[in-house]
Design a binder for this molecule. Structure first.
Ligand SMILES: [Zn+2]
Length: 152
């Protein structure tokens, strides 16, 4: 079963994405079980190309790991934003996701508007950790994503 995101959590992720715009926001999705998300935690985007890439500071992952050991929460997934769309995962996202099997990936796509950036879509992807690395999820069902990036 695919974890759902409460409207409160969606609002928190949206706020973080808007705060970071035009850079990509990124962070962790936390919950008591792989099928339940109860919180999010922003992370620093340390990419040298932050408007179209994200890299989570490894120190953030270490700190989170230490913190979660002493709690009933675990890492359930990741979120990040695409400040100028599209909602689909990039080749880099697919690579990241392959390294974190059985995690949920949430991409918040934004686009500039006359009164500043606004959300154009929120997409959920499930990392299987195998080929194809990602499944597109809506409601309770997931479909494999055909990679749009040819591998040579
Ligand atoms: Zn991405």
């Amino acid at each position: 079963m695919i974890p759902r995101l409460s409207s409160g959590l969606q609002a928190e992720i949206t706020e973080e994405a808007l705060r970071c715009w035009p850079k990509e926001a990124c962070g962790f999705l936390l919950g008591p079980s792989p099928t339940e998300i109860t919180g999010m935690r922003p992370a620093a985007n340390t990419s040298s190309r932050p408007t179209d890439h994200f890299e989570i500071d490894p120190m953030d992952i270490l700190r989170l790991d230490t913190e979660l050991r002493a709690s009933d929460q675990r890492l359930v997934g990741f979120f990040h934003s695409h400040p100028f769309g599209p909602p689909a995962p990039s080749a880099a996202d697919e690579l990241h996701a392959a390294g974190w099997p059985q995690t949920l990936w949430v991409i918040l796509a934004l686009q500039p508007g006359e009164e500043g950036p606004r959300v154009s879509s929120l997409t959920k992807w499930w990392s299987t950790g195998a080929e194809p690395a990602l499944m597109l999820c809506s409601g309770r069902s997931c479909l494999p994503v055909a990679s749009s990036h040819s591998k040579v």
